[in-house]
Structures are given as C-alpha cells and as structure tokens.
Write a protein that binds this ligand. Structure first.
Ligand SMILES: [Zn+2]
Length: 247
C-alpha cells in the first residue's frame, strides 16, 4: 500500500478507537444520569404522597370536629329532654336526638374510612422512602466506580487525540479535508476495504463499507496507484488490504 492510503488508514484506525472511547464515556455518564432521573421521579412521588397525607389528615380532623360538635348538641338536647314540659315536646326532642345519632353513625363510618386511607398512604410513603434510599445508594456506587473509569477513559481519549493529530500531520492537507468530509457523512467511517469474493480471478469486488459491488477498475488501479478512489455507492475512500494487492 502506498504512503497516502497507509497514512489515511492509520488515521482511520485511531478515529475508530476515539469513537469507541467516546461511546464508553457517554454510556458511563448516561448511567449516572438515568439513576439521577430515577431519584428525581421517586422524590416527585414522595412529595405527591406527602400532599395526599396532609389532605387526608385535614379530612380526618374535620370529620372529628363535626362529630364532637354533634355530641355537644346531643348533650344539649338530653338536658332539654329532662325538662320537657309536654309529651309532644318530649317526642320532638327525642326525634332530634335520634336523627343526630343516626347521622353520627354515618360520620363515624366516614372517620374510620379516612383513618384507613391515612394508614394506606403512610405505608406507601414508607415503601417510597425505602426505594429512594436504595436508589441513592446505587447512585453513590455508580458515581464512585464511574469516576475512576471516566478518569481512565479520559486519559485514553487524550492520548488518542494526540496520536490522531500526529497521524493527521502525515496526510496532505487536501486529502485530509476529503477524509474528514467523507467521515462526517458516514459517522466517522471514511474508509472502506475492497473485499474480494471468489477463490481465483476474476474476483467479485465488494465495498466493505456498504457491501455493494465494485468494478474491477478500483482494485486494479489501487494495486499500482496510491490515490483516493471512492465507492460509487457510499462514497467511502477505498483501500486494498496488504495481502490482497497481489492475489
Ligand atoms: Zn461503499
């Protein structure tokens, strides 16, 4: 292989390593972010539950107050009952008392339901608290292990970037521009190996980037010339593998 294509291939190899390290760095940060999002969601649930608890407690207090006021009323009627002046008056007061008592029994049922609801919410709050503690512990663990890994990957990334700059310096400016342009349209994958199909000539040629057929012309030219040739389909820069140059 000629000097130009060799330099470009070296550059491509480093670009691929850089992409891999960047991908790993990204997935590390994504793990931390997803745990943080889980914690935020649990905290929102916890806050909503807290508001529900407050509302239920308020409801319970109001039912209790209502019950007390009705009991006071019953006491008042009982006193009146003792000093009733006629049978009719007595009967009227007794009806009042019975009505209030019937209402009170409904209110007591309601109070019981509200108290049960308060207990249910408290139980839910305990569950969320436990989940939140677990999620926070997980986050700390992820952050602890990630920070060492992120520092390690960052070190590799810095080394690779320096190597990439060195490798890029070996490529003439115009060709480097072409390499970068092709790479930007192919997710950093600017080069494609010409693949040979078949055991002996005439071979079938295929682009290793997009797997479409190539004419023999590309392979023939690259056996003797160190130049930029592009896949007619995907536009990647073609190269021949060392052992395939003289098959
Ligand atoms: Zn192609």
């Amino acid at each position: 292989m000629g000097k130009l294509l060799e330099a470009l291939q070296k550059l491509q190899t480093i670009e691929n390593q850089l992409a891999e390290v960047r991908r790993r760095l990204k997935s590390r940060s994504a793990a931390v972010e997803s745990q943080q999002a889980r914690i935020a969601a649990l905290q929102a649930d916890q806050e909503a539950l807290h508001q529900t608890t407050l509302a239920r407690q308020k409801q319970a207090a109001s039912v209790e107050l209502e019950l007390k006021s009705r009991e006071t009323e019953v006491t008042k009627y009982r006193t009146a009952l003792n000093i009733a002046k006629s049978n009719k008056e007595y009967a009227t007061i007794l009806t009042h008392i019975n009505t209030i008592k019937a209402d009170n029994s409904k209110l007591e049922d309601e109070a019981l339901k509200v108290m049960q609801a308060v207990d249910a919410v408290k139980l839910q709050a305990q569950e969320i608290k436990a989940k939140l503690e677990q999620a926070q512990a997980n986050l700390e663990e992820i952050q602890r292990t990630s920070s060492a890994e992120i520092a390690r990957l960052q070190g590799i990334l810095d080394d690779l970037q320096a190597k990439r700059d060195q490798a890029a310096a070996d490529v003439p400016r115009d060709q480097l521009g072409v390499f970068n342009r092709v790479g930007s349209t192919r997710e950093g994958d600017a080069m494609a190996k010409i693949e040979f199909h078949g055991k002996k000539p005439p071979y079938e040629y295929v682009c290793g980037g997009c797997y479409m057929s190539l004419t023999a012309e590309h392979a023939n030219a690259l056996r003797t010339r160190d130049e930029l040739r592009f896949c007619d389909n995907c536009g990647r820069i073609l190269y021949l593998e060392e052992e395939k140059q003289q098959p």
